[in-house]
Unconditional design. Structure first.
Lengths: 780, 150
């Protein structure tokens, strides 16, 4: 390892511009003649549009156009797609209702856009949007997924009878039932996974440019995957053909999944720029608009049963889940509660029989899709709350019950598709128990009791699946895309390097981590390496960043391209130094012949590639290589989290006293950045478990649409985390990486809830464990 | 949201009943009421400016008096749109009981709000509504007494 190579804590190169306020986000981009869009959104959760009166708005100052859904569909703009086909257990395809970027006949959630105003200034657009008068016939609404399936519930889409999108299963039901029937002990648990708002720091924004002379569009947008956005906008929404549309995702301030999707606003801004005859249209979400329209996360209701034999070995696991997908099917919404969820129900355990049934349901709420962890937090919550509950009911130590059931031999095929490739779950458990002084807990509890406090400890041994994913595998499961990644390495004649990547950084630090690969390979300083991403005109194609895939998949593509560059550079150097190619060594910025004093500077070899004066016969000049990398398997990060809390029984206020994370992410490139990802993930997970909750009233009004009512975790709510990592290499990719972006948010909610339910001796407490709920749970 | 309360008014029941049916009196008593136009025998068109938490908006809508039982009770129902602020709809049952020459006015309000008012002000709606109801009946009491004295 060089000073800045793999394993070095290189400070983040991008932070200079972020910390000094010089980041350039979508809303910072301005062009001449740019106008502004303001959306007219439904205040009703469910209504029929009887008419739209635009006359007052159209005559207001600065207004260029007032456009509606009938004009949008009339211009041939396609309905919004869901990119993953799920079949019900009876073999029928999912029942998907139509979703137009602007509503035509019906609005189905509060915030559903029915019209848009284009005006010269943002304030004029907003004022005119208020003057658009929409005559609604209000219809009954339903917000609860279980109620939505019931008789007589309001129906959202004619395609989905009883609002059921699909009724899906995985695993074998009969053997699982038999295993449970033959068990010495069955543990049952009802679980609710609360609905969340994603809350990236930068709200969504779109700036659409239309060049009439070239019939060409450019979209600046807050996207985690600009190439996917361009593909979907052109192939499915017919906004513009792919070669006439450039999508740029510049600096993006956080995503957490919510910026994967192509939302109505981007479609409308592109369409409206041409339709209204203006050079550009910009829209930037307000915070309350973000609460209403950014895809929400989670919202599962689950019943689970786990069987144990007389030796406390798991015999079978049966899970039934109802997942609320909101009013429309967002881009990857169908995959989250199925293949990203139920495939992880084996946890870290050897379970021979698993069966899971998932019903997904339309309701009059904001669409629900992937949110940091996407299905794996929901699975981990079910598995790890179950293990803790089982340990309490069986009267055994929770750590030892887990250890007795760990998978210890690899590869391990679970009954729910996943084949775990490598791991050492006992190592993480031991590390977390040591770091948390698990053995000394009883004394700490006694001390708390003497102070009138209730102290509890809880753990969670999570496993998740990252590095999504082998294209053929996800294709066979219904994905509409392949999930490979691309990279191009351009070496300049002076030896500096540009890496073009299809991954997209929106806070993950790619501009630092990716440069470390080059530094490690060629010994050039990271300052001599530039990362280029987020622009479809620069990077040919890519699948973007989500599912902790930028390391395991994105960097693997870079490694493949670096292999090709290294091979060519060695050929050139061997020719220049009159040596054998196999003896050439590139390190510390020098190219040497092993065992001799013959050497060239790295820059001399690069310059040689471009002058072409002295190249091997038949070799093309230049030093630039590209690669596509398609993973061979998912990767399986795993770890153990232990949380310790103290509850004040008088007030229900909970203090997180200690939080220990012992993770196995495989190979780590930049430990500082990995630690930051774990910190953020744990904070987000504790936020879900302790505070965050998107709440609708019975009429479908979102009651938590500002930070007055939606509580986010703050630094003062959290202790200093004790984090450590162990390293079992992932055999599936060249670097041995597993991914670290979501683990914190996956592992922490069950650890926290196991701790607090231990403290208050009430296992029925549901997330979020607000003081009010905790107090009620204590005081019955 | 449900809300109920009562107010003792130092006037006889028939007098109170008449005032409760007088649009001019209602207009003066409804907090933030800018216009109240009679549309039919028991139907009105109203504009009311309301402030709930951070949201201030002018609501325009229709108000109707229903189930009238002279001089004992009626139900007042209404629905108003506040533009981008959202909407409010609901009703109130008002009953008048004789109480040794005075009148006890008993009200039960049910209201629903939607849009921005619900998103930003949901926690404030009940307290705001209670305050508005109190303001209305205090003003009504004051107006009725001044009419008696006039």
């Amino acid at each position: 390892m060089g000073m800045e190579g793999i394993g070095a804590k290189v400070l983040r190169k991008e932070d200079k511009r972020f910390i000094t306020g010089k980041g350039k986000y979508t809303d910072d981009h301005k062009v001449a003649g740019m106008q502004y869009a303001a959306f007219v959104r439904s205040p009703h959760a469910h209504a029929r549009i009887k008419g739209i009166d635009k006359s007052a708005a159209e005559s207001m100052p600065g207004v260029t156009a007032v456009l509606d859904g009938k004009q949008l569909t009339g211009d041939g703009i396609g309905n919004i797609i869901c990119g993953w086909m799920i079949h019900s257990k009876d073999g029928s395809p999912m029942n998907m209702g139509a979703w137009s970027a602007l509503a035509t006949e019906h609005v189905r959630y509060v915030g559903d856009a029915a019209a848009v105003v284009i005006a010269e200034s943002q304030s004029e657009a907003k004022a005119a949007a208020e003057a658009v008068s929409i005559d609604y016939e209000v219809l009954p609404a339903v917000v609860d997924a279980v109620k939505a399936m019931g008789d007589g519930a309001p129906q959202l889409h004619p395609e989905a009878a009883n609002n059921i999108i699909y009724d899906w299963e995985i695993g074998d039901e009969a053997p699982t039932d038999a295993a449970l029937a033959g068990s010495a002990k069955i543990v049952e648990l009802d679980i609710t996974n609360n609905r969340l708002s994603p809350n990236p720091m930068e709200p969504r924004s779109a700036l659409a440019l239309y060049d009439e002379a070239e019939d060409h569009y450019t979209l600046y947008t807050t996207s985690q995957n600009p190439h996917v956005a361009r593909l979907v906008l052109s192939a499915f929404y017919q906004v513009a053909p792919e070669h006439k549309l450039r999508v740029i995702a510049p600096d993006v301030g956080g995503g957490f999944g919510s910026k994967i999707y192509i939302y109505p606003e981007e479609i409308v801004c592109l369409w409206a720029a041409k339709r209204a005859g203006v050079p550009a249209v910009k829209w930037t979400s307000e915070r309350t608009e973000a609460f209403l329209t950014d895809a929400h996360g989670r919202d599962h209701i689950t019943k689970a049963k786990m069987g144990f034999d007389a030796n406390n070995k798991i015999t079978g696991f049966k899970v039934e889940t109802v997942a609320n997908l909101g009013a429309y099917m967002s881009l990857f919404s169908s995959s989250v509660p199925t293949y990203l969820y139920a495939t992880l129900l084996s946890g870290q355990y050897n379970i021979a029989n698993i069966h899971c049934n998932v019903k997904t349901v339309y309701t009059n709420t904001t669409p629900v899709d992937a949110y940091r962890g996407a299905g794996r937090p929901e699975a981990t919550y079910v598995v790890e709350r179950m293990m803790e509950t089982a340990a309490r009911e069986l009267g055994v130590d929770p750590a030892e019950l887990r250890r007795a059931n760990f998978v210890t031999e690899f590869p391990h095929q679970t009954p729910v598709i996943m084949a775990y490739d490598a791991g050492d779950y006992s190592a993480s458990l031991d590390a977390a128990m040591a770091a948390s002084d698990y053995a000394g807990f009883a004394a700490r509890r006694a001390d708390a009791e003497s102070r009138g406090k209730l102290r509890g400890i809880g753990m969670s041994c999570y496993i998740e699946a990252c590095g999504i994913a082998p294209s053929a595998a996800v294709g066979s499961l219904g994905a509409g895309v392949g999930l490979w990644e691309s990279a191009e390495v351009r070496v300049n004649p002076v030896g500096t390097v540009e890496i073009l990547t299809g991954s997209h950084s929106h806070g993950q630090g790619h501009e630092t981590t990716f440069t470390q690969l080059v530094s490690d390979r060629f010994g050039v300083p990271t300052d001599n390496v530039q990362i280029v991403h987020g622009d479809t005109d620069k990077v040919q194609f890519g699948m973007g960043t989500y599912g902790s895939r930028s390391g395991a998949v994105g960097m693997s593509a870079i490694v493949k391209a670096l292999d090709k560059v290294e091979a060519k550079a060695k050929k050139i150097a061997a020719h220049m130094l009159e040596a054998d190619e196999g003896d050439i060594v590139i390190e510390n910025g020098e190219v040497t012949v092993a065992g001799t004093d013959k050497k060239l500077g790295w820059h001399e070899v690069c310059l040689g590639a471009y002058t072409g004066h002295n190249l091997p016969d038949g070799m093309e000049p230049g030093l630039k290589e590209g690669a596509f990398y398609d993973p061979t398997n998912f990767t399986f990060p795993a770890g153990c989290y232990i949380c310790e809390v103290e509850v004040d029984p008088e007030t229900g206020v909970t203090d997180v006293i200690q939080f220990v994370a012992a993770d196995d992410f495989g190979k780590i490139i930049n430990p500082m950045i990995v630690e930051g990802q774990v910190h953020g993930g744990i904070a987000q997970g504790i936020g879900q478990a302790m505070m965050e909750h998107a709440i609708y009233d019975d009429e479908g009004q979102l009651l938590t649409a500002s930070y007055m009512d939606y509580q986010m975790p703050r630094a003062g709510d959290l202790p200093s985390f004790k984090v450590s990592t162990s390293e079992t290499l992932c055999p599936g990719n060249p670097l041995g990486m597993k991914g670290c972006g979501e683990a914190g948010a996956i592992g922490s909610p069950p650890a926290f809830m196991n701790a607090i339910t231990d403290a208050i001796s009430n296992n029925t407490l549901a997330m979020p464990a607000t003081p009010q709920r905790v107090w009620a749970a204590i005081n019955g | 949201m449900d809300l109920s309360g009562q107010q003792l008014i130092a006037a006889d029941r028939v007098f109170v009943w008449e005032k409760l049916n007088d649009p001019e009196i209602l207009k003066r008593c409804i907090p933030g009421c800018e216009t109240l136009e009679q549309q039919g025998e028991d139907a009105f068109k109203a504009t009311v400016v309301l402030k709930i938490g951070p949201v201030k908006a002018k609501f325009s809508g229709a108000v109707e008096l229903k189930d009238k039982v002279y001089p004992e009770s009626y139900r007042i129902v209404g629905e108003g749109a506040g533009g981008i602020a959202g909407f409010a709809k609901g009703g109130a049952t008002v009953r008048l009981e004789e109480k040794s020459g005075e009148t006890l006015l008993i009200y039960d309000v049910d209201a629903q709000v939607g849009g921005k008012i619900a998103q930003l002000g949901s926690r404030l709606i009940k307290s705001t509504s209670a305050k508005l109801a109190k303001q209305f009946f205090a003003k009504f009491d004051e107006v009725v007494l001044s009419e008696i004295n006039a």
